[in-house]
Design a protein around this ligand. Structure first.
Ligand SMILES: [Fe+2]
Length: 435
């Protein structure tokens, strides 16, 4: 490895050798056959391909190179040089690269179509959730069977498809905050429940409890729920009543909601160290399903605060929970949660080891270290941005998380980090483990 922070410089293609990290400039993504503009040279054939494309100079990035380029050759006798026969162009190598690139473009198109479908499905589910919750909050229990069915379908889906992929949604829906929150907590709780080994019955209770955990807030005035400044003591006392209000609402339908569901609603602000509310229960008195919802609820609240600019990034939220709040949670469940969201959960901005910056848009619990990342590339229009699946790109890995506030404006606008972090599962996407 060469010196860190060594400046980039232009080199002739004749100076290239295996191990040098380069960037090709002056060619748009559509006119060169390489997947990325920046990469480390791995073979002599690659160097020959660059020459065959008629590229005479590239940028060398010493910091990422294993070796430096060769010294420039001495001035050669131009006449003697031009008298040499020109070697035949390695068109087959170039054709093969183009073929790989075309296949990648086809896969990318399919992936984007699946994302659009997943977003449509999410919008439908969100509408369903909002009508169910509005009904129940207004005292009508007509929607209860619909809610139970909705959760059943989600939990059956999670249990049937162990490889479901969690996608970051790019929202256009204008539903109220509480419905996004409820659906997000339900989806992530079911994912965690599945990974924690729950059976179908427990999954159903978990999903319903997660969906309705804040139903008691429907009894609290909006001016308290949406207050942007600190709550007064009396206001705080009212807010702290929402688990009790929620349980009272569900108890009106005792025969429909099992005890496990009411427990989640009543206990979801209890903390394992006994410092939660309303009962200050300690770990052994809090149900396992509640412990799941408590972790997910806290995560969602960190990522989606009332004031968007105060929200933590998904990466920061997980780090914060693990370092500052772990005494609140069941550590085993928290570890499973972090494992299935990956170190860089969807919604994180990351730097890859080839220098690219991207937005993590999906992760698969089977292979959480290798998410799919939407890549910033000024050569490619934003709408056509490439998405790399790190399971397929064995040379690539995430190097670090980047704070959106640190991004140059151009990259920020291109990646548009989400104001609201919401997830949904893609029922059609299957994933293979990275080889
Ligand atoms: Fe709550």
């Amino acid at each position: 490895m060469t010196k860190p922070n060594a400046p980039e410089y232009v080199v002739s293609v004749d100076q290239l050798r295996v191990g040098v990290f380069i960037r090709i400039e002056g060619f748009s993504w559509f006119t060169h056959p390489f997947v990325f503009r920046s990469f480390k040279l791995k073979s002599q054939e690659q160097i020959q391909t660059i020459k065959d494309l008629g590229i005479s100079q590239v940028i060398c990035i010493p910091e990422r190179s294993d070796v430096l380029p060769l010294r420039p050759e001495k001035q050669v006798d131009k006449a003697a040089e031009s008298a040499k026969p020109t070697p035949p162009k390695q068109t087959t190598a170039i054709d093969r690269l183009w073929q790989i690139k075309r296949e990648r473009a086809a896969r990318l198109k399919q992936k984007k179509e699946r994302i659009v479908k997943c977003e449509q499905q999410y919008t439908t589910s969100l509408k369903q959730v909002s009508s169910i919750m509005k009904g129940i909050a207004s005292g009508s229990f007509q929607e209860v069977p619909q809610a139970i069915n909705f959760v059943k379908e989600l939990s059956e889906f999670f249990l049937a498809d162990m490889e479901s992929t969690l996608h970051l949604m790019n929202l256009t829906a204008t539903e109220e905050r509480v419905y996004f929150h409820s659906l997000n907590v339900a989806v992530l709780s079911l994912m965690l429940g599945r990974e924690a080994g729950l059976g179908l019955e427990e999954m159903n209770s978990l999903g319903i409890g997660a969906l309705f955990h804040d139903i008691g807030k429907s009894k609290i005035e909006k001016k308290i729920l949406l207050k942007r400044t600190a709550l007064t003591k009396p206001e705080m006392a009212i807010l702290f009543m929402h688990p009790k209000f929620g349980m009272e609402i569900l108890q009106k339908q005792k025969s429909v909601f099992p005890k496990a569901v009411s427990e989640i609603v009543y206990q979801h602000h209890e903390l394992c160290n006994g410092k939660g509310y309303p009962e200050k229960l300690t770990a052994e008195k809090i149900s396992r399903l509640t412990k799941i919802v408590s972790i997910v609820n806290t995560y969602d609240n960190h990522c989606n605060k009332l004031e968007a600019q105060e929200s933590l990034t998904p990466y920061q939220a997980l780090s914060f929970m693990f370092t500052q709040e772990k005494q609140w949670f069941d550590l085993n469940l928290l570890t499973v949660f972090i494992r299935c969201l990956g170190v860089y959960p969807p919604g994180s901005i990351v730097a890859l080891n080839n220098g690219a910056i991207g937005l993590v848009i999906s992760v698969n619990a089977v292979d959480p270290l290798y998410p799919s990342v939407l890549i910033y590339d000024p050569d490619i229009p934003k709408e056509e941005a490439i998405i790399v699946d790190l399971k397929e790109e064995t040379d690539l890995k995430v190097e670090k998380s980047v704070r959106p506030a640190k991004l140059p404006e151009q990259i920020f606008n291109y990646l548009s980090p989400r104001q609201r972090i919401t997830y949904y599962v893609d029922p059609t996407e299957k994933s293979k483990k990275r080889p």
